[in-house]
Design a protein. Structure first.
Length: 400
């Protein structure tokens, strides 16, 4: 009986206390602010009663740490050239847009123009990766770091085939970025694009990896792009695409756009390509690639029917350079290359990439299909000639 009375008294006390609390919280909420909002404190030296949050850790889901790691490694690149000044349209300030939409000139009398792009510090020795189209026509290059320092840069080497360039500055204590492991990269991963869009200052945008291995876009000779929906705008060219650990996944290089602004389809050159190109440029000043002297062509349904082919993978050889490596090895027009060093050839893009990876002077095994019979050819690989930029709207008649 006593226990029952005790619980009845306890319940009545709690009920009365909650009722009082409700009345006070409703009529005098400032009396309970210190209890209900323990993470807030009054703002000192203010004539208006306000509250501010206490210093806390980043909110769950924040990517502040990744941004803080990568941002110091991304630089702004200013170049000068003899080109006529461009119009005031901010979309035309990025060299990439000049390349695809043409130059639009103003009537200003100056004969110098400044363009703006981004770059990524990849070595404490001062090596910076950027796009070739950012620096290709530059007379002078100035680099501005996130910490406020500036320095003149020299071009170490360029690779128009991948639209990459390496420049170098001479400053101490440079914050080099860490290269990501491509094996840990997949569609759906969260990524960040860091650069200087429209010259507003260093900016971070977020998205995901939309696709890997994008090619046949007609942007570069060698294409193996990461596609992302992270916003990439004029001025982001040469900037960094990083993962949630702040590691470099790629160099932002192009967008698909009908208006000039970001539509959520951007492309970055992956770290696998970046590393090979960068090391070759630093070592020799240019990129050395394999070459065998053939003109490949895609296998279309019409060609498959004409040659009586039962397969639609591989690359058909439309032409063979006389006395070139392939010619000396016995390759003939009409041969279909199905594998190089036992690596399957899916189309002309994979043929181009696989040949480029071959070491000049080495012997390479090419598996070809000739009159429905499979045979192997031993080709002594040559050195790929330097490619001259094609004029606008020119067809692709390159030889591999």
């Amino acid at each position: 009986m006593q226990i029952r009375r005790f619980w009845l008294l306890f319940a009545q006390t709690v009920t009365v206390a909650l009722a009082l609390w409700f009345i006070v919280a409703t009529l005098k909420p400032e009396w309970t602010a210190g209890v209900l909002h323990t993470a807030r404190k009054p703002v000192a030296a203010s004539s208006v009663a306000m509250q501010e949050a206490e210093l806390e850790h980043p909110a769950p889901g924040s990517y502040r740490h990744a941004a803080q790691l990568a941002m110091p490694s991304v630089v702004n690149i200013f170049t000068t050239s003899d080109a006529k000044p461009q119009s005031g349209n901010p979309f035309m300030e990025d060299p990439f847009f000049k390349k695809f939409f043409g130059d639009q000139y103003s009537e200003e009398p100056d004969d110098k123009s400044a363009s703006l792009g981004s770059g990524v510090i990849v070595s404490p020795q001062g090596y910076i990766l950027t796009n070739n189209h950012v620096v290709e026509a530059a007379e002078g290059i100035e680099v501005a770091l996130a910490d406020g320092r500036k320095a003149s840069a020299t071009v170490v080497g360029t690779d128009p085939d991948t639209d990459l360039a390496v420049i170098k500055i001479d400053l101490p204590n440079l914050p080099a970025i860490t290269l990501a492991n491509p094996d840990n990269t997949g569609v759906g991963d969260v990524v960040f694009a860091i650069g200087n869009p429209f010259g507003v200052g260093q900016t971070v945008t977020m998205g995901i990896i939309s696709a890997l291995g994008r090619n046949h876009l007609g942007i570069n000779t060698f294409e193996n792009f990461i596609q992302t929906d992270a916003a990439i705008n004029p001025g982001n060219s040469g900037g960094a695409l990083v993962d949630t650990n702040g590691n470099l996944l790629g160099i932002n290089t192009a967008i698909y756009s009908r208006s000039g602004g970001s539509l959520g389809i951007g492309f970055a050159i992956p770290v696998t390509t970046i590393k090979n190109v960068m090391e070759s440029i630093i070592k020799t000043g240019h990129v050395v690639r394999g070459w065998i002297g053939v003109e490949p062509q895609e296998i279309t349904p019409e060609l498959a029917e004409s040659f009586g082919l039962t397969r639609k993978t591989g690359a058909i050889i439309a032409g063979v350079l006389k006395n070139g490596p392939a010619d000396k090895a016995g390759m003939k027009p009409g041969d279909i290359v199905v594998a190089i060093e036992d690596k399957p050839v899916a189309d002309t893009t994979s043929l181009t990439n696989l040949i480029a990876q071959l070491k000049p002077g080495a012997k390479a095994k090419l598996t070809v299909l000739r009159k429905s019979q499979e045979t192997s050819l031993a080709v002594t690989v040559g050195k790929r000639p330097m490619q001259k930029p094609a004029p606008p709207d020119a067809g692709d008649n390159s030889e591999e």
